[in-house]
Design a protein around this ligand. Sequence first.
Ligand SMILES: *[C@@H]1O[C@H](CO)[C@@H](O)[C@H](O)[C@H]1NC(C)=O
Length: 402
Amino acid sequence: MRHAIALHVLLLLGALVALEEEPQQEERNSVNVSVVTWNLAEGSPKLSDLRFLEELGEKSDLICLGVQEIENLTPRRQEGHRCREWRRLQHRVLGKDFVRLGHHSIGSIHLTVYGKRELASRTKLVKMSDVVCGVGNVLQNKGAVAAFLRVDKTTFLFITAHLAAHQTKVAERNGDYWRIIGELEQEIPPAWIKRAAKRRQKALTGTAAAGAAPERAAHGGERSVFLDMVDRVFFFGDLNYRIDLDRLDVQRGLVAAAAVAGGGGAAAGGRGGERGRRRTAIVPEACLQPLPTSSPWVKAAAAKPSLQSLLDFDQLTLERSRGGAFVGFSEARISFPPTYKYDKNSDTYDSSAKMRAPAWTDRVLFLPHQPAVQALDYRSVQTARHSDHRPVVGTYKVMLTK
Ligand SMILES: *[C@@H]1O[C@H](CO)[C@@H](O)[C@H](O)[C@H]1NC(C)=O
């Protein structure tokens, strides 16, 4: 009798242990990936600006940091002081729990990949590459840096880029995109290509694991073969796409969105008492004048008085939907104000003579979409203000393949 009870207790304990292990088992089939893009505008952030990175460290297995304009472009033989400082800050914030898996740069574009220590034995950085897109495809002020990486059997490609600048240069940005994709296609490790071919063969003969085929079929549309050879792709950076509206219409849109969000929220991004002050700060007198009904934003906003009325004119979204670039990529919903161009150390959009229109230049795109990659968070960091750009952070739950 005693024996029987003891056995029951043991079985019960066994069941409890099994229950406890279940979530861990589930965890092993996915990793949390955080991606950061930040145009540093040739300045160093303060340690206190990196609180967000500390928070990312608590919930991420992989962290990829892509920065642009870390230094000015004078040729130098040694690492510049801002690069050193950026490395020191990262180490200070992430060094305890993370291993630096790799780092590579061209000109002022830097990519650094960190992996949680517990994950280190399952993660392999296969290689890093770069593509130059500046003037004549020689000048290293524009281009991309990429990391080819594996977690268990799942292959990842992280691409950070700085694409062509200026409001009207959409075609040049699209051109940079295709050039980057084309060049990186040549860099795919042969073992990845073989594996992808094998899996395609399996899918054709119907023996593929359930789920693999629908995941790939779901994209639809025309896309680079390249993207079929890598399981998970993240493309992020200062992609430089603007809003196809003039400055006044963008500002009107932000003011309207702020009003919809409750007098601050989405567009102001400030805290508490700062809201009122900030709202007036970004609204010049001219915004308060009656609007000409021919204004494109006025027409759009009649239907959607929120950030959406501006996103309807976002060049990147428009290009994606018409197949101009980033075909097949997804992006999480944008609920943060444009991340460019601020007066440095302020919450005010460009008040210089150039009066550049605010834009969502800093973005994170990924592929494939749900359920393989699920966005958990997508936001700008409004408190990090040394640059004329705000950092943008995306966090994703990424399913691993068998
Ligand atoms: C991944 O993110 C989710 C949602 O934030 C969190 O609940 C989970 O604990 C994270 N996993 C790890 C390993 O940090």
